[in-house]
Design a protein around this ligand. Structure first.
Ligand SMILES: C[S@@+](CC[C@H](N)C(=O)[O-])C[C@H]1O[C@@H](n2cnc3c(N)ncnc32)[C@H](O)[C@@H]1O
Length: 407
């Protein structure tokens, strides 16, 4: 297949699908040949709307060329202008850095850092073969940003972070924008945060995403508790009480029946729709993830990308054990229903169904409906009470649904 034709097809699809909206982002995608950043891959694969893993450790991808539609969404969120100074954390193949360089033009500057020297070496080869100059590649732990190039008008992470680090804020120009795939109680959200004169970051837009997570100083493996013997891991908010794994496993092994959902709920609504709402507004919110092919929740976990899992409520540690979880109702995967397990499962199922009714009454908000304010630790401000507060090590994240009633 002809590379130019394949590239045109990819960009047309990104534009027609509403992923690419602005002329600047469209022009960059049309100009930069993705296949030169993925040598060894056929042209058709290089221009498919798929992420391509390019490095593995212990069978797990540690670097990838991101999915073009996600890159387009993030470039639109970033709103890069000609002449700006941009720091990218997560150079990978160098493809996104090339797109950024195209947008900032000759009067701007792009610095892209990756923690792996080998990846940076390969990205340099890709950039050279595509004839892109204007990208400074650096081998560094992006947790620390890259102070020599600061201040930056835009800082973008193309790798998942658990927190908003003070180093990035210190290197952001006044009024600058930080865009990062941020872990928020089990969801990962591409969050564009604008730095205000008061030192507070306010989100401009939020989208669901699924990026590889940071390694190095800011590494924070997803905090899950493996439930022995049933092939499932439990995830609860980092800033909440630690679960009693044995009690939860015992409850899950003790099914108490199903309840019909009071509202239509499909699998795609669950993770960053109802699940995010639950995680932000309900104590005891949890996510259950299949970590082995055979689980004790056989057919009823929801398909989630390559794996499966679901959301629900779990009894507090020390309380009467129980779990209520959203599960598949049958072979057609829709509608969903609630499964109660353990002695307090029925009461939790009542609460879960109530929460579902509230989420529905609020208009079924999803990731793009939430707004976040990141208040760096040590910053003293008086802000209105938000719908939810997520406590991070380096910031307090205030979550709200500006146009809807949360909680
Ligand atoms: C999804 S890939 C980035 C894709 C890249 N932007 C592209 O266009 O190909 C994530 C990258 O983040 C890098 N990474 C992980 N931890 C890092 C860290 N602490 N500092 C810098 N880069 C890091 C990985 O090595 C990986 O290459």
């Amino acid at each position: 297949m002809d590379a130019a034709r394949a590239r045109t097809g990819m960009v047309d699809a990104l534009r027609d699908g509403g992923r690419v909206c602005s002329p600047a982002v469209e022009e960059a995608f049309r100009a930069v040949p993705r296949h030169l950043f993925l040598p060894g891959l056929g042209v058709a694969e290089a221009y498919a709307d798929e992420a391509v893993a390019v490095q593995f450790a212990d069978g797990v991808a540690t670097s990838s060329a991101s999915q073009p539609s996600m890159m387009a969404i993030m470039l639109e969120q970033l709103d890069v202008r000609p002449g700006q100074r941009v720091l990218e954390i997560g150079a990978g193949t160098g493809y996104n850095a090339a797109l950024l360089a195209r947008i900032v033009g000759p009067t701007g500057a792009v610095t892209s850092v990756d923690i792996d020297e080998d990846l940076v070496d390969r990205a340099a080869v890709h950039l050279a073969s595509a004839g892109v100059d204007g990208v400074e590649l650096v081998v560094a732990d992006g947790a620390l940003g890259h102070p020599p190039g600061a201040p930056y008008d835009r800082i973008v992470l193309t790798v998942g972070s658990d927190d908003v680090r003070p180093e990035w804020l210190a290197q952001l120009a006044p009024g600058g924008r930080l865009l990062l795939p941020l872990a928020v109680r089990g969801s990962q959200l591409s969050t564009a945060l604008d730095l205000g004169p008061d030192g507070i970051l306010r989100s401009h837009s939020v989208r669901s995403c699924a990026f590889i997570r940071l390694r190095g100083a800011a590494a924070s493996p997803e905090a899950t508790t493996r439930l022995d013997g049933i092939g499932v891991a439990l995830q609860v908010p980092d800033d909440g009480p630690r679960p009693d794994a044995a009690a939860v496993a015992g409850a899950l092994a003790d099914p108490r029946g199903h309840r019909d959902c009071t509202a239509a709920l499909g699998p795609v609504d669950v993770w960053d729709g109802f699940g995010l709402w639950l995680a932000l507004t309900e104590p005891g919110a949890c996510r259950l993830l299949a970590v082995e092919p055979e689980t004790a929740l056989p057919d009823d976990l929801l398909p989630l990308g390559a794996s499966s899992g679901t959301v629900g409520l779990v009894a507090a540690p020390g309380a009467i054990p129980g779990v209520a979880a959203v599960v598949l109702a049958g072979d057609d995967h829709s509608p969903l229903r609630v499964r109660a397990s353990g002695p307090s499962g029925d009461a939790l199922a009542d609460r879960l169904l109530d929460a579902l009714a509230h989420w529905t009454a609020a208009g079924r908000p999803g990731a793009p409906d939430w707004r976040f304010v990141a208040v760096p630790r040590g910053t003293d401000v008086d802000l209105p009470e938000p719908a939810a507060v997520v406590e991070k090590r380096h910031c307090r994240l205030l979550a709200d649904l500006p146009d809807r009633a949360a909680g």
